[in-house]
Ligand binder design. Sequence first.
Ligand SMILES: NC(=O)c1ccc[n+]([C@@H]2O[C@H](COP(=O)([O-])OP(=O)(O)OC[C@H]3O[C@@H](n4cnc5c(N)ncnc54)[C@H](OP(=O)(O)O)[C@@H]3O)[C@@H](O)[C@H]2O)c1
Length: 239
Amino acid sequence: MKLQNKVAVITGASRGIGRESARLFAREGAKLVLASRTKSELDALAKELMDYHDADALAFPCDVTKANEVKALIDKTIETFGRIDILLNAAGVGYLKPITELAVEEFDEMIDVNLKGTFYASKFAAEAMAKQKSGCIINIPGILGKAVMRMSSGYSASKYGVTGLSKAMTQDLMRDGVKITLLHFGGVDTSFWDKITMRVQREKMLTVQQAAEMALLSAVQPSHLVLGELVLQPESHQL
Ligand SMILES: NC(=O)c1ccc[n+]([C@@H]2O[C@H](COP(=O)([O-])OP(=O)(O)OC[C@H]3O[C@@H](n4cnc5c(N)ncnc54)[C@H](OP(=O)(O)O)[C@@H]3O)[C@@H](O)[C@H]2O)c1
């Protein structure tokens, strides 16, 4: 098993890419700490992972916009499992609208969840990983954190922030054995798209399983190599 005894924290674990990655990581032997705001969904996933994969899985409800809750998530991980090997930041929200229609509250929420949430989790995990002299942080700016499109102003602002944060963090942490990977996915067919009014072809998107496979690839890098970034888009819709 590729992640035997590795300890992984996943934010945004209740749905979408985070949940599917949790399933795959558990199948590969990881011990998991599952975070999002919805306790019932985390509890159901933790039970599924324990029942089907005999995995150690801890549900930890947490709002990533609150620094103290994210600190408590990382502290609880260390207290329970003694270390943290992998952080997958999969919590995120998106509003894809022209700037004239994008509400101030929607912009603020994207900055708070996508950028500040990723900063809090990355910072607190990096502190523990730097002490261990090993660890892997996987962030998901998506393709809209590398290229823009119509209606992506606020979302791209938050995701370019994640890209900049991650690239600079890499410079800070490269001598401490901590690796940062950026996943630039094109559209992935998840609940992310349920509330988005822009017309999209969900059947042509990446599947959530394909996205989770890339998260796994990022989590199992050989010790002397670094997977800095990965771009994967549907062939029919490349930016
Ligand atoms: N789907 C795509 O096409 C796509 C493409 C590229 C990049 N991405 C990025 O990939 C990541 C995962 O997206 P997805 O498609 O899996 O989205 P999703 O299905 O909508 O799931 C989003 C997850 O984020 C959690 N979340 C939202 N706000 C949160 C908060 N304040 N605190 C903690 N957790 C919060 C949600 O859980 P709760 O509601 O329970 O808190 C949920 O588990 C996001 O960062 C997204 O921007 C997605």
